[in-house]
Write a protein that binds this ligand. Structure first.
Ligand code: C2O
Ligand code: CU
Ligand code: CU
Length: 460
């Protein structure tokens, strides 16, 4: 199964971009249209990337031209010419065999964010491959159902490669999740939410700032001003914070709640109703939204309260959908980590340092015994937010002091990325169970990571 579905990608969004402009959204020039704060008259159908098994799959990183909606073509960098890349879907127990080909003009390597794999499969920045070469991955998937994701991880170039479009979802399923009968098929929708900026000619550009790149407009699944027609029923949205630096404050325009059922590491213990969710780069949430009352032609907007953006419009079809799913009292059982034997402190300093040091590919900063529960304490002296991400294990967030001073429902269960805002100290419990391997811990604000806010550690 190899892809490139360029033509399909271009054809499936069929409106003329000109229609939005002539309908009076904004009159002059592409950049102004893209930067418009008011919703344009025409919204584009949400793109949903095709799904593939990761067994015997080829991913090529290369420049591509994609349709962002309404015939608005843009030069990007993409996996298999798709923005986002193809959605990989596997079951626990499957073996992923993925051949990565680098057709970029710079070195790259792909990391499977959230997948528990050994060093040679982890996309460590030491493993970059040059232009026109292959990297072969082979790993067994032995972890809980969750939505993970993949993106490049070359040292000092991750920010540019991700901002230009290289990212995709990697969904793992298992029997525990199946038993819940969650909304599925057309009623389960991955949403890769990010921001982007465009040149005058409409091509995706990367304008890094040391404080973090923030794009001028939102993109959901690579679609500008997206719309999704929804049946009157329950939907499951798998949402990824796919920006380089921007944090989203997700909410529904009608004030309705999300039923939060999962996050980075899979299902929560119990469903929780929330009306707002903060989503930092690298974080995921799994939510159910109830559209049973949405009549034909009426609409609800998924909004970002932080930037005041409209992210995705849901428009009712009036057709009856999944009307049977109701939240169970228990979703999963989370084995609680406890009794840490070691405490480690990590200070995320400035825009480029952890505990005073910038990243060195060849330096191993600390070692962690396999199977040992540890308490890791993250602090920041400034220049936050820092979304802190650890490779090689999921962790459990224990506490947050300073700043927001509390934990949020989307920080329960298993996480691999946790948001550290200004003045905050966050404590986690972590245990590496599976591989003796070299991993990294880093800030997932990609400009901080590229500047060196990353450290190597070895599980021994
Ligand atoms: Cu999503 Cu080390 O990265
Ligand atoms: Cu990762
Ligand atoms: Cu940071």
């Amino acid at each position: 199964m190899t892809v490139p579905h360029e033509s399909r990608h271009l054809n499936r969004r069929a409106f003329l971009w000109g229609a939005a402009a002539s309908a009076g959204a904004v009159a002059v020039g592409v950049p102004e249209v893209l930067a418009a704060r008011t919703p344009p008259a025409t919204r584009n159908p949400l793109y949903i990337p095709p799904a593939f098994s990761p067994t015997g799959f080829t991913l090529t990183e290369k420049p591509a031209i994609v349709d962002l909606g309404g015939g608005k073509l843009s030069k990007v960098w993409a996996y298999n010419s798709l923005l986002p890349g193809p959605t990989l879907v596997a079951r626990r127990g499957d073996t992923a065999t993925i051949d990565l080909y680098n057709s970029l003009s710079q070195p790259t390597i792909t990391h499977w964010h959230g997948m528990i794999v050994d060093y040679l499969n982890d996309g460590n920045p030491r493993l970059v491959i040059p232009t026109n070469t292959w990297y072969h991955y082979a790993f067994t998937i032995s972890q809980r159902a969750a939505m993970n994701w993949y993106h490049p991880h070359p040292h000092m170039m991750t920010g540019e490669q991700v901002a230009k479009g290289l990212a995709g979802a990697f969904i793992v399923r298992d029997n525990e999740e199946d038993a819940l009968g969650l909304p599925s098929g057309a009623y389960e929708v991955p949403l890769v939410v990010r921001d982007a900026s465009f040149s005058k000619s409409g091509n995706m550009v990367y304008r890094p700032r040391s404080g973090g790149f923030e794009g001028k407009v939102p993109l959901v699944n690579g679609t500008l001003n997206p719309r999704l027609d929804v049946d009157a029923g329950q939907y499951r949205f798998r949402v990824l914070g796919g920006s380089n630096a921007r944090i989203f404050g997700l909410a529904l325009s009608n004030g309705a709640h999300f039923t939060l059922i999962g996050n980075d590491g899979g299902l929560l213990e119990t469903p929780v109703e929330v009306t707002q969710i903060d989503l930092a780069p690298g974080e995921r949430v799994d939510v159910i939204v109830d559209f049973r009352g949405l009549t034909r032609g009426s609409s609800v907007m998924l909004r970002d309260l932080r930037a005041g953006w409209d992210l995705l419009q849901f428009v009712g079809t009036g057709t009856s959908g999944d009307t049977t799913w109701t939240p169970p009292t228990r979703l999963s059982i989370i084995d609680k980590l406890s009794s840490p034997v070691t405490t480690r402190d990590f200070s995320f300093d400035g825009m480029s340092r952890i505990n005073g040091s910038t990243y060195d590919l060849d330096r191993i900063d600390f070692t962690v015994p396999l199977g040992q529960t540890e308490l890791w304490r993250f602090t920041t002296a400034g220049n936050a937010p820092h979304p802190v991400h650890v490779h090689g294990a999921s962790f459990q967030v224990q506490s947050r002091a300073g700043g927001r001073g509390r934990l949020f429902p989307w920080e329960a269960g298993w996480k691999d990325t946790v948001l550290l805002e200004d003045g905050e100290t966050v404590e986690i419990l972590i245990r590496f169970n599976t591989f003796r391997s070299l991993y990294v811990i880093h800030c997932h604000k990609l400009e901080h990571e590229d500047a060196g806010m990353m450290a190597n550690f070895e599980v021994v």
